[in-house]
Design a protein around this ligand. Structure first.
Ligand code: SF4
Length: 237
C-alpha cells in the first residue's frame, strides 16, 4: 500500500478530531449557491425567533414541565447544512443551547474539520426539551415536538440535513432501519408535497462516537462529512 497515502489519511483523521484550525475557504467564503425559498434573511430570522418563543412556552408534552430550559436550536438562518440531533442533554438543558456538552464539543471539532464555523450551520434537535436521565424519546413526545423542527427546516431551507444518530435519522426518514444501514449515503427528507426533498446524510451521533471512539467509527463519520462537502462543492480539507 502507498505509505504516503496512509500517512495522509492518518493526518486527516487526527486533524478531524483534534480541532486543528484549517486554512482555506469556509462555507461562507464560497459563492452562495443555495436555492432560495423566497424568504429574506430577516424574515427567516424573525420566523425562527417566533418558533423559539413558542418552544420556550410549550407544554405540549410532559417534558415541558420538567425541563430547566427548552432548547429551540440555533445557528445561521441561511445555513446550507443543518445538523439535527435527538434531544437536549443535561448541559443543553442547563444552558438552553444545543450541543454544548462533551458531544457538542466533538460536533464543533467535526464542523471545524470540515473547514466551517459553528455560525455557518444550524443545529437543532428532534426534541426541544430534555428527557429525564437522557432516556430515548417517546413516540408521543416526538409527535408533539416534531412540527417545530419541520417548520425550522422549511424556513432555513438547507441543502443538506445531517441527521446525528439513529433517533434523528429514523424520525426524519420515517424508517425503522438502523443507523448502520442508513449512514453513508444521501437519502431524502420530504418537506411537503409541493417542495422538492432535502438531501439527508445520516451519521453517528457525537455522543455515540465518544462512547465508541474507534478509528473505524471516526473514519466513517469523516467519510460521511466528506460526501456532504463534495455535494455542496465545498473544499475537502
Ligand atoms: S419536548 Fe417539544 S412538545 Fe414537548 S414540551 Fe418541549 S417543546 Fe413542547
Amino acid at each position: 500500500m502507498d505509505i504516503e497515502k496512509v500517512v495522509r489519511q492518518h493526518l486527516k483523521m487526527e486533524q478531524f478530531f483534534s480541532g486543528f484550525t484549517l486554512k482555506g475557504k469556509t462555507g461562507t467564503d464560497k459563492p452562495q449557491q443555495k436555492k432560495d425559498n423566497g424568504m429574506t434573511s430577516a424574515e427567516k430570522a424573525a420566523d425562527l425567533e417566533k418558533i423559539a418563543e413558542e418552544v420556550n412556552q410549550c407544554r405540549k408534552c410532559g417534558l415541558g414541565s420538567i425541563r430547566t430550559n427548552a432548547v429551540p436550536g440555533e445557528g445561521n438562518p441561511n445555513a446550507r447544512i443543518m445538523f439535527v440531533g435527538e434531544g437536549p442533554g443535561a448541559d443543553e438543558d442547563a444552558q438552553g443551547r444545543p450541543f454544548v456538552g462533551r458531544a457538542g464539543q466533538l460536533l464543533d471539532k467535526i464542523i471545524v474539520a470540515c473547514g466551517l464555523k459553528r455560525s455557518d450551520v444550524y443545529i437543532g434537535n428532534i426534541l426541544k426539551c430534555r428527557p429525564p436521565d437522557n432516556r430515548d424519546p417517546r413516540a408521543d413526545e416526538i409527535i408533539s415536538c416534531l412540527p417545530y423542527l419541520q417548520r425550522q427546516i422549511e424556513i432555513i431551507n438547507p441543502e443538506i440535513i445531517v441527521a446525528l444518530g439513529a433517533h434523528a435519522a429514523k424520525t426524519l426518514l420515517n424508517t425503522t432501519k438502523s443507523i448502520g444501514q442508513l449512514r453513508g449515503q444521501f437519502l431524502e427528507y420530504y418537506v411537503g408535497i409541493n417542495r422538492p426533498p432535502v438531501k439527508l446524510m445520516a451519521t453517528y451521533h457525537p455522543a455515540y462516537l465518544l462512547r465508541n471512539y474507534s478509528p473505524d467509527n471516526r473514519r466513517k463519520v469523516w467519510e460521511d462529512m466528506k460526501k456532504v462537502l463534495a455535494e455542496l462543492d465545498l473544499p475537502i480539507p
